[in-house]
Structure formats: structure tokens, C-alpha cells
Design a protein around this ligand. Structure first.
Ligand SMILES: [Zn+2]
Length: 145
């Protein structure tokens, strides 16, 4: 019998659950602690389970994704409204900039949370070492040193 922990001994959640936890701004590990300490500042550790979250390297990727999503939502709407109703420019000016701003601000934190959860799930950057250390500690606690 091997003394190494089997991969099946490490509890895993479905990928969709991790992604949903990230989208809702919760810790991808436990789902109850908050991921963010400010609008876009990720907490160093989960307040509930202590999971290290400072390993993320989201950088500009959330902003890129938000631009991509908002662009693909707004541009067809603008073209559709212009084609079907041809409103004045001031109507366009009154509708689209606030819609773009609201969508961008509304999506930025959930998208960043999902990207951090994705990095956590895939073990990118330092997340793999933290998961391995946690699994080793769990193995020692349940099976002895
Ligand atoms: Zn947690």
C-alpha cells in the first residue's frame, strides 16, 4: 500500500461550483468566505477557511474579458436600435454610455472572481503548491505522520 495520498482522497468540487463561487465573489475553496476585500482587491486569505488567495495573477485579463462581453452585447443592440428606430444622436448618447458603464462596472468583479477561481482550480501560479500543502496536511491529520 502506498504511503502517498491518493488523488481521490482530496475532496474536489465540480468545476461549475468553483466557477460560480468565483462569480459570486466567494472563496473558491469553501464557498463561504469573501474573495474581495475591496471592489477589485482580492483578499490575501479567505476569512472563513484561510485558503491563500494571494497567488492569483488576474492582471488585465478580467478587463479584457469585460470589454469583450460588453462589446458583444452593446454593438448588436446599437445597430439594432439604429436600424429599426433611427433615433437622434442625443438618444444614443443618453442610452449607450450609461449602459456600457453600468455593464462594465457590474461585470468586472464577477469576471475577476471567476478568473481567480479558474486559476485556483487549475493550480496556476502558487495555487498548486498551496493545494498540495493542504492535501499533505490533511493526509497527516487523518493518517498520522
Ligand atoms: Zn474559503
Amino acid at each position: 500500500m502506498s504511503s502517498e495520498p491518493m488523488s481521490s482522497e482530496v475532496a474536489t468540487t465540480p468545476f461549475a461550483v468553483d466557477l460560480f463561487r468565483g462569480l459570486s465573489g466567494r472563496c473558491p475553496c469553501c464557498g463561504s468566505g469573501r474573495m474581495f476585500r475591496a471592489f477589485l482587491k482580492v483578499s490575501d486569505n479567505c476569512s472563513a477557511c484561510g485558503e491563500e488567495l494571494h497567488h492569483h495573477r488576474a492582471d488585465d485579463f478580467p478587463a479584457y474579458c469585460v470589454i469583450f462581453i460588453v462589446g458583444h452585447l452593446i454593438v448588436p443592440l446599437v445597430l439594432s436600435v439604429e436600424t429599426n428606430f433611427a433615433p437622434s444622436y442625443w438618444v444614443h448618447l443618453a442610452i449607450w454610455p450609461p449602459a456600457i458603464l453600468a455593464l462594465s462596472l457590474g461585470l468586472l468583479q464577477p469576471v475577476k472572481g471567476a478568473i481567480v477561481a479558474l486559476q485556483w482550480r487549475l493550480g496556476m501560479h502558487g495555487f498548486a503548491d498551496a493545494k498540495r500543502a493542504r492535501a499533505d496536511n490533511a493526509y497527516v491529520v487523518t493518517h498520522g505522520a
